[in-house]
Design a protein around this ligand. Sequence first.
Ligand SMILES: Cc1cc2nc3c(=O)[nH]c(=O)nc-3n(C[C@H](O)[C@H](O)[C@H](O)COP(=O)(O)O)c2cc1C
Length: 195
Amino acid sequence: MKKRTFIKTTLLGLAAFALPKKVSALEYYPNGPDKKWAVLYSTWCGSSRDAGVWISEGMDGIANVFDVRENPDLSDYENIVVGGSIRSGVTSDVMQEYLKRNAGLLKSKIRGLFVVCGNRMEAPGPEQTKLLIDDHLAKLCGVSSVPSKVFLGRVTLGLMDAQAREMMTRMNMPEYDNLKRAECMAFGREVLESI
Ligand SMILES: Cc1cc2nc3c(=O)[nH]c(=O)nc-3n(C[C@H](O)[C@H](O)[C@H](O)COP(=O)(O)O)c2cc1C
């Protein structure tokens, strides 16, 4: 390779790495002219991603769905649903930090909250709503009295980091899948009808 070609190729390669990573929402649905809705989720193994996509599906797909790890700019959205999976009683550090950083922008736009948890495979009730929504996620978002939902999630050992897998095995926790698409869609409709 000629010296000049080599330098050009190297510089182009370096420039590609320097470009900022494009943040892209999950846009699966055709009915999206109204882009004012967003669902923001945090997940380790995917339950809350699926819940977020199904919540949007319940809204006939008008909400774009964002992983908080992409640090999305939601300033163009008017209505936002926020949710995340639970480990050791709380949502991920990334979600907690994002909500603190963007509190001013989000507060007046949040229309719904959800969490996805194991709850020892038992149906969640008012106690879980208080613990995980009212005293945790709602406080982080600085809102009260918006529609909220605690969903049961799932455990897939093969998707976990070694530490989490070891913890699940130590607790004799079997693999399970209690997340229901119909429940997520119904929550999406409830949120949409609430405004
Ligand atoms: C390490 C670990 C800790 C967990 N801690 C809790 C907890 O404190 N309370 C709870 O109800 N569920 C807990 N769960 C269950 C998860 O919330 C549930 O599996 C959820 O569906 C995981 O979501 P994800 O697939 O989006 O990561 C825990 C799961 C793991 C792996």
